[in-house]
Every structure is written in C-alpha cells, then in structure tokens.
Design a binder for this molecule. Sequence first.
Ligand code: ADP
Length: 188
Amino acid sequence: MCGGHEVRLLFIGPPGAGKGTQAARVAQRLGIPHVSTGDMFRHHVSAGTELGMRVDSIMKAGEYVPDEITVEMLRERIAEPDAAAGFILDGFPRTAGQVEELDGLIGSDGLDSVVVFEVGEDELVERMLGRGRPDDTEDTIRNRFKVYQEQTEPLLELYGGRGLLVHVDGMAPIDQVTERILSVLERS
Ligand code: ADP
C-alpha cells in the first residue's frame, strides 16, 4: 500500500435526505468507495439473485432486511481491496445490532466522522414521491420514516457519545451541501 490515511465515514439521515447523492459525490472527491447497502440490495433485486429474491418484498414493504443478511453482505464489501483506502458508509449501520457488528469489523474507534443530514419532513415526502423508485409509494415512505425513527435515530445518540457527529443542512442546494461536508471534514 502507499500508506495514505484511511478515511472512514458514515452518512446518516432519514429516507430521502439526499445522503446517497452526497455520499457518491464526496466519495468521488476523496477517491474512496461509496458503500450503499440500499444500492447493493437493489442490484441484487434487479439481477434476480437468490439474495435479491429474499429481500425484494421486505424492501417493497419499507421494512429492514434482517441483520444477518445485511451484515454479511457489508462485511464482504469492505474486505475488498478498494476499501483499504477508506469508504463512505451510506445506509449501514441502521440498527443498534448493526453498530455492534460494525464495531467488531473495524473497531469501535473505526469511524472518523458521522455526517448527519437535517431535513424537514414535508420536503422529504415530496422529494421521494418525485424519484419514482419501486419502494417509494406513499405507504412505504411513511413506514420507512417510522422504522427510521424507531431503529436508526437512536444511533445518533450513540455516535454523539463518541464525539463523531457532524450536522449538515440537507435542504441546501446540492453543491453547497457537498462543499459544506468537505470543508467540515477537512477541519476534523
Ligand atoms: P433510503 O435511504 O431512501 O431509506 P436505502 O437505499 O438506503 O434507502 O435503502 C432502501 C431499503 O433497503 C431499506 O428500506 C431497507 O429495506 C433496505 N436496507 C438498506 N440498508 C439496510 C440496512 N443496513 N439494514 C436493513 N435494511 C437495509
């Protein structure tokens, strides 16, 4: 290896907050992979793999895929050579159990920062209905919010306790959000 510093980031926020878009942009700028469990599941579904067939109906209902499936897929992904330079996690961990698993994989001091997307609920629903993904029906969106609030929001307190949180305004224009994230990360 060339001995470059690893950067491991987690992007977290409610569904539709724009974290996937920003994770892709920031990952490209930093030259590290964007690891999105949602994207990985969607690829499996569209390729019709066995895993894809198992998760299809779960995703359509807006529920979380069982941890054992998600964790194994993530473990394999971050073991790939490109992830040695660091990565941006988008959509994982999403449950307390997944945090424990991630701690086991990279250590409880393995993340450098956790970027939290702040957004208004009405704008979120509007955005999501506009993007036309198969799991973006109004009922599913509402359920995804509920599941996010119940299972994922508590993670903010946990990572806050580790002093890792960086808050960004997800409602700002796309370029501004990207620049804000990059400048905050530079300073930390
Ligand atoms: P969004 O950010 O809009 O909620 P994602 O693309 O991150 O969407 O995820 C879409 C769906 O994939 C989730 O609703 C869930 O069913 C599944 N999924 C993605 N990541 C995880 C995870 N870490 N644990 C469990 N399920 C997940």
